[in-house]
Structure formats: C-alpha cells, structure tokens
Ligand binder design. Structure first.
Ligand SMILES: O=P(O)(O)O[C@@H]1C[C@H](O)[C@@H](CO)O1
Ligand SMILES: Nc1nc2[nH]cnc2c(=O)[nH]1
Length: 305
C-alpha cells in the first residue's frame, strides 16, 4: 500500500487505471493538517535542495514532520528536511514544504506531486516553487536566479505525468492550456524585487526541465538538452507545476543555478551535491528576502479571494 489506492468502489475499467491519483487519501492528509492548525493559508512555498532554510522565515510555526501526516511521503534527498510548516511569513499565512519528493527517491510521479493536491484541498491559491539546477545556458552564472518562464516535460513525452489516469474534477480539469503556466506577474514582481536589492544582474528567465536522476547528466545528454532549448536542468518542479496549474493555482517558480553544466570532456571537475549545497548556502540570505517579498505580494492578492 502506498496510501493512494482507491478507497471507494469503482467500475472495473477504472480499477484497471490503477496508477492515477485518488481523492480520498489526499483529502485525508489535508483534513489531518486542517484539524491540527489554526492557520488557513492561501500561499505556499516548496523549498528546493539546500533551500529548507527558507523555513526560518516562518514565525509561530505549526510543524508537521512528513512521517506523521497520513499518506504523505517522507523526504530522503540531501538538503530536504521532511517537514511541513504552517505559520506567518511577512505577515502572510503560509504553508511551507521543507523538502519535496523526486523520482530518484523511488516515488511515483503521482506521489511526487501529491503534496500539491494536498495544498489545493487546504485552500492554497498561489504557489512559489524553488529548486536547485544546473545552468545549461552559457550566459548563466553560478548563483543566478532563473525565473521559470516555461518548462519541457520530458517525462510527459513518454506518458509519465501526474495528471494521467482517471479524471477527478475536484483536482481540476483533465485538459487545460499551459502556455501561461508560470504567472508572468510574479516574474515581473521578482525582477523588480531583485533590481531593488541590486541583484538585477543575477535575475534570469528561461526554460527548465527535469531528468529522473539521481546521477547528474553526461556531456552528451547536456548537449542534447541544450539543443532542446533548455536553460536549466534539475530533477523536480515540472510535476508540481503541472499539478498546481491543474488545481487553478497562480504559480511562480525559480531555479537557483547551483552549478554550471560541464560539456567539455577536458574539464576534470563534475557536478556534485556538495557544490549544490554550497551555492544554496551562499545565496540563502538573498533568497530569503526575495521569497519574503514575493509572499507579501501574493498575500495581498489572495486576501480578497
Ligand atoms: O529538489 P531540487 O530540485 O532542488 O533538487 C535538485 C535536484 C537534485 O535533487 C539535487 C541535486 O543536488 O538538487
Ligand atoms: N539534473 C540536475 N539537477 C541538478 N540540481 C542541481 N544541479 C543539477 C544539475 O546539474 N543537473
């Protein structure tokens, strides 16, 4: 049992579509949280690798270790803390995930995206997704922030998609447009915030994609990804973004460029988790200010909802 099997009766044909996400276990997770926190956030944040420190921004937190939440996966990746916080960030109620789930941890794409559905049932309307990624675009520097304008869903090309399977309209429509998946107003806001902080030169915009991992890419794979028009490569985010858009959330996502992707066979150095963590650590104070101000902006917007 992974906690996501059907609990209600269904037709034989739907029983055969057994890989899709079901409402009841997700709702059980959401109800568990709602019954144990007084907060009713409309804004959520997912912390990427090495970025769990964003959680220190949350005041008066109610803390939920993932292992205590029914049906919820547990983080096993480096730099992921495996706990959910509800509290106040810059005066705004938030739900913040200190740790996400990756295919390389052995979770299905449905489980990797499941927390976003929990967010939807909790009442989240705006989501900030962060990740650590390798810079494929040769103009990018280590430490830059790339705002996602778009993504390439490589897994989706072969049918590995958290939205595949049975349709449950309580999670949104089955078919929907994704040309504005990443809300451009938050990109404009983030650019303005970074310029105000004197960080305009580190603010980039581009296309993200994820591979399954856990290994970093070979030079040949990196050259292929670059040919596909991908600016930053990671191991997450795409499934969360699609799920958030399906649920009707307003989405902002960014990659911290933690390392340059090395395509030259003559270079001895290679990507490493140590470098990813070091860059994340070096940029954490700036990112806290940026995320704090974005949350404040999202909070003002969602107040009326
Ligand atoms: O959770 P994210 O996407 O930030 O994690 C990236 C991809 C790998 O999990 C890890 C490599 O260090 O960072
Ligand atoms: N796939 C991938 N994920 C990363 N996360 C941080 N850096 C990288 C990288 O170079 N490749």
């Amino acid at each position: 049992m992974n906690g996501l099997e059907r609990t209600d009766g269904d037709s034989p044909v739907n029983e055969m579509r057994n890989q899709s996400m079901h409402f009841e276990p997700v709702n059980e997770s959401a109800q568990y949280l709602l019954q144990r926190t007084k907060y009713r956030p409309k804004v959520a944040v997912i912390c990427g690798s090495g970025l769990a420190t964003l959680g220190t921004l949350v005041e008066k937190p109610d803390v939920f270790p993932y292992e205590d939440i029914p049906n919820f996966p547990v983080s096993t990746a480096p730099g992921h803390k495996s706990r959910l916080l509800f509290g106040i960030l810059n005066g705004v109620q938030v739900m913040l995930m200190q740790g996400r789930f990756h295919l390389y941890e052995g979770y299905s794409i449905y489980m990797c995206a499941m927390p976003v559905r929990v967010m939807h049932l909790v009442g989240i309307k705006s989501l900030i997704v962060s990740n650590a990624a390798g810079g494929l675009n040769s103009k990018f520097k280590v430490g830059d922030v790339m705002m996602l304008q778009d993504h390439v869903n490589l897994q989706g090309f072969v049918g590995i998609n958290p939205l595949a399977g049975r349709t449950d309209t309580r999670f949104g429509p089955h078919f929907f447009a994704t040309n504005h998946a990443y809300d451009r107003k938050w990109r404009a806001k983030c650019r303005q915030i970074m310029e105000d902080l004197g960080l305009g030169d580190h603010c980039r915009e581009g296309v993200y994609s994820m591979v399954g991992g856990p290994n970093f890419e070979t030079p040949a794979e990196l050259r292929l990804l670059r040919m596909l028009g991908i600016d930053a490569i990671g191991m997450s985010t795409v499934h969360e973004a699609l799920t958030a858009v399906q649920c009707g959330m307003s989405l902002f996502a960014f990659s911290l460029i933690t390392n340059a992707c090395i395509t030259d066979y003559e270079v001895d150095q290679g990507a490493s988790v140590a470098e990813v963590m070091e860059t994340a650590h070096n940029r954490e104070e700036d990112l806290k200010i940026i995320v704090g101000r974005l949350v404040a902006a999202m909070g003002s917007e969602t107040q009326a909802l």
